[in-house]
Each structure stands twice: as C-alpha cells, then as structure tokens.
Design a protein around this ligand. Structure first.
Ligand code: FPP
Length: 239
C-alpha cells in the first residue's frame, strides 16, 4: 500500500461535537486535544514521517475572547504535558504561523519544544498556530521584496522553488494527503501553496471522534488515488 509521507489535518468540528452533547465549546476543544494525542501516536505507529495539524488560524482571533484564550491555554498545556512523551518517542516538533502575534510565554514554550526536539528523527509534528496561508505567502513576499531591494536576490531568479524557501514550510515537504474532519469540504486558508497537488480526504466525523481507525481509513482512501502531478502517467509517493 502506498503510504503518504506527509499528512496534514484540519481538525474541524470541536464546537459541533460539544453542542451535540450539550457541553460548552471549550469541552470540545479539550476533547480535540485528546484526539490530537491519539492521532500523533497512531501516525507514529503507521510510520508516517510528517504530521501537520491546523490548531489555530490567523482568522480564529475573531472568535469570542474566552474561546481564543481557551485555545491559547490548550496549546500551552499540550506542550507542557506532552513534550516529554513526544521527545521520548523521537518526535521533532515545529511551529508554522506568525510568531510575532503570539504572547511571549507561548513563543518561549514553542521555542523550547523546537530546541529540545531538534535532533529527533522518528517523526515530525508541525503545529500550524496563528497560521493562515495567505498571511504566510504575504510574509514571504515581504522578505523576497526586501532581498530584491537589498540587491541579494535577482527578480529573474524568483521561481516557485526559490519562493518556497521564504515560506514557513521551507525544509518541510509538501503534504501528500490533507484530511478535514466534520464533513466540511474546503481548505480554509490551510497550506494553499503547499497543497497544490495534495490528495484531499474529507471525513464526516467531528475531530474529537477521530483516532487510529479514522486515520487508517484516510490513508487507505489515499492509497486508492492515482496521482499524476499534472502529467499523464500515475506517480506514487515514496512510502
Ligand atoms: C475547529 O473546530 C477547531 C479549531 C478551531 C481548533 C483546533 C484545536 C484543537 C483540536 C485543540 C487545540 C490543540 C492545540 C495543540 C492547541 P471548531 O471550533 O471550528 O468546531 P465547529 O466548526 O464545530 O464550531
């Protein structure tokens, strides 16, 4: 079976999961963290090299203040509680997204996680936090413009490959498979540049109900797809 090397997940449906149970949205996000833990372990067990998760988008700031603060708190708790296990399991942790907009304590925690796990090779966990694809591309364009203005970059050399080196995801391969839970069928500003040739799998379950069986099903659906990358002959990703 052809396995995706990089799976990216839009963890959607925490609020609806909570509502269906008469619980506050915060309870849905807490259950979402549990699902994230299960999924990271399952991805490791399935031999997935890269897992990227959309934990907080640049647009999520427009949610009620209390919910934003819940999500910030959950990231902190996740790093504090799970970093030791992730490190022990050989997981390298990184963050993509705009760091400037985050509070100093969150930035410090993220940097601690990245530094501690920098040499780990078993699996890569990328947390998209304060991430938006258009924002990422605009920030990259600013850096490109600065390099051109400084005379260190020739505009003729700005190829897609060269431009990608200015994105948060430089050094990270493009996702082979993007999964979205909760039945919604859109990307919502998640990795728009990087997912140009990704296979998309939409699953009906809410994110807190996601686990090893659902991940396995998404990988099976991926393996049945034929990837042509704009050509005519099917190509497969290295497993
Ligand atoms: C979408 O559900 C989910 C989010 C906006 C946040 C995802 C966050 C987690 C899974 C937990 C936090 C994990 C970390 C590491 C911070 P929604 O609230 O949009 O659900 P709805 O569409 O049903 O309302």
């Amino acid at each position: 079976m052809v396995k995706p090397a990089h799976i990216a997940i839009i963890m959607d449906g925490n609020g609806r999961w909570a509502k269906a149970r008469g619980l506050p949205r915060a309870a849905g996000h807490r259950a979402g963290v549990e699902a994230l833990r299960r999924t990271v372990r399952a991805a490791g067990d399935f031999g997935i090299d890269w897992l990227t998760v959309y934990a907080f988008s640049s647009e999520n700031w427009s949610r009620p203040k209390a919910e934003v603060s819940d999500l910030m708190g959950l990231l902190k708790t996740f790093i504090r509680r799970d970093l030791a296990e992730l490190h022990q399991s050989g997981v390298r942790v990184r963050m993509i997204g705009a760091r400037e907009g985050l509070s100093p304590d969150i930035r410090a925690l993220v940097e601690e996680a990245e530094t501690l796990t920098v040499a780990n090779r078993a699996m890569n966990l990328v947390i998209a936090f304060n991430y938006g694809g258009r924002d990422e591309i605009a920030r990259a364009a600013q850096q490109v413009a600065e390099a051109v203005a400084a005379g260190t970059l020739d505009p003729a050399e700005i190829t897609p490959e060269a431009f990608a080196q200015f994105l948060d995801t430089r050094l990270i391969p493009d996702p082979d498979l993007v999964i979205r839970t909760s039945g919604e069928q859109r990307l919502s500003n998640f990795l728009p540049w990087q997912s140009a040739y990704s296979e998309l799998v939409f699953m009906p379950c809410y994110w807190p109900d996601f686990g090893p069986a659902e991940l396995d099903e998404a990988i099976k659906r991926f393996s049945e797809r034929e990837r042509r990358f704009g050509g005519v002959v099917a190509r497969t990703v290295a497993s």
